[in-house]
Design a protein around this ligand. Sequence first.
Ligand SMILES: C[S@@+](CC[C@H](N)C(=O)[O-])C[C@H]1O[C@@H](n2cnc3c(N)ncnc32)[C@H](O)[C@@H]1O
Length: 280
Amino acid sequence: MAFVAVNAEQAEDWNGASGREFIEQRERHERMLGRLRARLLAAARIQDGETILDVGCGCGDTTIPAARATRGGHALGADFSRIQVAEARRLAACAGVTNARFEVADAQVHPFQAGAFDVVLSSLGVMFFDDPAAAFANLRKALRRGGRLAFLCWRAREENPAFIIGFAEAAVVFGLREPPGPSAAFSLADTGRTGALLSGAGFGGIEFGKADEPMLIGRDVDDVLEYERTSPTATEILAGLSPAQAAELTGQVRDRLVAYASPDGVTIPGAAWLVTAHAV
Ligand SMILES: C[S@@+](CC[C@H](N)C(=O)[O-])C[C@H]1O[C@@H](n2cnc3c(N)ncnc32)[C@H](O)[C@@H]1O
């Protein structure tokens, strides 16, 4: 089956700058997101022998533990980022995990085998659909009746300081940039809208649990500042500034990071929804 991307803009980003960042910063992301991912896997209640679909699997950091949890079954990681799927395959092979498989696929439209999965899970990979109603209906179709859905999505931007302390937000404060428009990362933050979306797609027993976990962003302020400075957005912003403006903006971000620093590192609270439901 040919690969068709309907979510062209997102697919381009995750095959480009964001995808590369997720590969390069994978270990940092595990320190940031590890606690949230562990809560997702616990909520999925994977049983030996079950078949799992991990949507937006990235480099396979939830697919691989899901495959280990099902032992006699198998896990499929689906992602439209070719570069991350290649990395996920490499990491699974290195880890000796033979019951995880990865496919380059757009989860909104990919013809997954109907009713083939016991569990559909996603760690922060279901917020980017152009047509979320179609996408969740497609995921519902992949689940057997009674099968479980469990995913993480961010709560509102205002509850997530990690998204408001970086160069993009500082540039807004300095009048160097327009305030950002709605971001796909927060597209499922509204529980009323997301709940309606899920029930419309054929899910029942929908529950939203608050998943609040500290995210260890880096070992100290300099480490995090470098991480923020080299992010795709910051690189673009800084390229358009004079050296004096760039220094002022960098100082501003540094000051914000200091507030989250301790001898254990820079830790920023993360606020996600852990959403669970079943296929009706
Ligand atoms: C924030 S990353 C999370 C990756 C991974 N699950 C993790 O926990 O690190 C979002 C992922 O969803 C993928 N993604 C977004 N929309 C998708 C779609 N329509 N189909 C398949 N993958 C998608 C992106 O390529 C990216 O790898």
